[in-house]
Design a protein around this ligand. Structure first.
Ligand code: SF4
Ligand code: SF4
Length: 331
């Protein structure tokens, strides 16, 4: 299919004074430079209901990728040379097709990252998970919004901290984390309406606290800014902080983050196979396509390069301060 027929060149729906205008002052457009990662969101089912969740995930969500959709995505992946796949949800492990997606992706020789909430390891019927991760040599990226119990349980639910530490110990025992080469990374996001602290200093704090108190080891810590969308947006509204948080993000706008925005080198596919510039756009129903959402299998990787990215004011969450992406800070 021709990209000229199928994909719009510019999709700028931001009102005056918004993100698009701000970006235009710094670059002529915000486009996709390369395609190094296919991010697959297999659905909104999760064993937790965290208050900051940009997916609005939870145990009763019914949006789940089917095996047929997964097969079409894997077929598309096989025909591409995209080197890395980032699997997310919800808790992606709860999707009945999760194992097959990981196994087939690894069999294609691609690197696999999974966004793991840690507590899913202790869900009924998930006893196989840690060994599976080890055998498939998956990179695990785990949410742990603080090294202090009170803060984690406030944001993610009572008892989550204790389970998360137990899960990290199990992963360490299985060979994840230094000194081994099975990658184990942690993700911090603020407990509240503020920007993350400097990533490197916080990583040192995490390493010291988790190491001294529990003997837990990890390779890297990513700091991620809470996006003003979905469940966190509701929290901001209810607590009367929506405007002040948006003002904070806008005032911290940093043009140096633009070259490293994750939407410039990944593509995000949703549980129905629909294409988005990133997982956040996915949650806002900002699909790629001219009014008619595009499916992944209706494009080729070449179609997606050089295309303008759909932006909105939520993008200030990625450009504030040191920036924010699924791999932590940018600038
Ligand atoms: S933040 Fe992660 S663990 Fe929490 S509800 Fe959302 S998907 Fe689940
Ligand atoms: S939310 Fe962030 S990653 Fe998504 S399109 Fe906006 S700047 Fe790019």
């Amino acid at each position: 299919m021709s990209s000229e027929q199928s994909l719009p060149l510019i999709e700028d729906e931001t009102p005056a004074g918004g993100f698009a205008q701000r970006v235009c002052g710094d670059t002529s457009s915000l486009d996709r430079k390369s395609l190094t990662t296919l991010q697959i969101n297999v659905g909104k089912l999760c064993n937790q209901t965290c208050e900051h969740c940009h997916v609005g995930a939870g145990p009763h969500r019914k949006e789940i990728m089917t095996g047929e959709t997964a097969d079409r995505i894997l077929e598309w992946l096989a025909a591409s040379d995209i080197p890395a796949v980032d699997i997310t949800g919800g808790a992606p492990e709860l999707n009945p097709g999760f194992r097959r997606i990981v196994e087939k992706t690894r069999a294609l020789g691609r690197h696999v990252m999974v966004r793991c909430n840690l507590t899913v390891i202790f869900e009924p019927g998930m006893e196989w998970l840690v060994d599976f991760y080890r055998d498939q040599r998956v990179e695990i990226i785990c949410s742990l919004p603080c090294y202090l119990e009170e803060n984690v349980d406030t944001q993610r639910g009572v008892g989550v901290y204790e389970k998360s530490i137990r899960a990290l110990k199990l992963l360490n025992e299985a060979g994840f984390g230094p000194p081994g080469d099975l990658l184990l990374k942690l993700v911090y996001n603020p407990v509240g309406a503020h920007l993350p602290p400097p990533q490197q200093a916080l990583e040192e704090d995490y390493r010291r606290e988790l190491g001294e108190r529990f003997g837990v080891r990890f390779h890297e810590l990513f700091t991620i800014t809470n996006m003003p969308i979905t469940r966190f947006s509701s929290y901001l509204k209810v607590s009367g902080q929506r405007e002040s948080y948006m003002d904070l993000l806008r005032s911290a706008y940093n043009p140096d983050t633009l070259p490293g925005l994750m939407c410039r080198n990944l593509i995000s596919v949703g549980w129905e196979g629909t294409l988005y510039d990133c997982d956040f756009n996915q949650m806002l129903d900002m699909a790629i396509g001219n009014g008619r959402p595009l499916k992944l299998w209706d494009t080729s990787p070449e179609d997606l390069l050089g295309r303008a990215i759909r932006v909105g004011d939520h993008c200030f969450g990625c450009t504030a301060g040191a920036g924010s992406s699924c791999g932590g800070t940018i600038a």
